[in-house]
Design a protein around this ligand. Sequence first.
Ligand SMILES: [Mg+2]
Ligand SMILES: [Zn+2]
Length: 219
Amino acid sequence: MIVSGGPMELSGNNLFSNVDFVFLDRDGVINRKARESEYVWQWSDFHPLPDVEAAILSFNRSGRRVIVVTNQRGVARGLYTLDQVDSLHDRLQKHLTRFGAHIDAFYVCTHDYLQCSCRKPKTGLLEQAFRDFPKATKRNSIVIGDSVSDIQLALAFGIRSILIRDDARILSPDDESTLSMATAVSSSLKQAVDTYFITPANPVGTRRGLISIEAARQR
Ligand SMILES: [Mg+2]
Ligand SMILES: [Zn+2]
């Protein structure tokens, strides 16, 4: 399938209407990113970005799977444990429950640079998720992330991507060139949902949409 093309070429509300599996980066997409070389592993440092709960709920209600794929190199560095990451994700789930939203699965790379096949932009986390969710295909999946490595991941795996970019970071020409290969760009997850996933033909969040997609799934 054709993946790239750039945001200008591929605009329009139906661009992602066939997406069933949404692979979300965590830091910088769901919660505020920590400062450089700092990590988020405690709930007190976990600051959900504005309207992220509503965005996830929209995906939930449209019958899409929401799956987090996150690099947590801090575990390899001994700064926190995988158990602590799991606890944080439990806490996030509890938080989302208050909004009626949920994340379907979390995949975490706990390794250091060049130590594994799952640290993004390597594709191991997606491969694992595809084994666990046999209905996921490269055509019905998307990566949403804020980093060069998220866009590289999507390109390496051959799936579409949305870059979340809300600032004017100065990046190298190489990085800018990689980011320009994202299928689309949004300033936030909520903005991405509003721009690309709610259409009259695809009424995310409406009862009709929910029922028709659920019914389709049961066939
Ligand atoms: Mg990120
Ligand atoms: Zn890994």
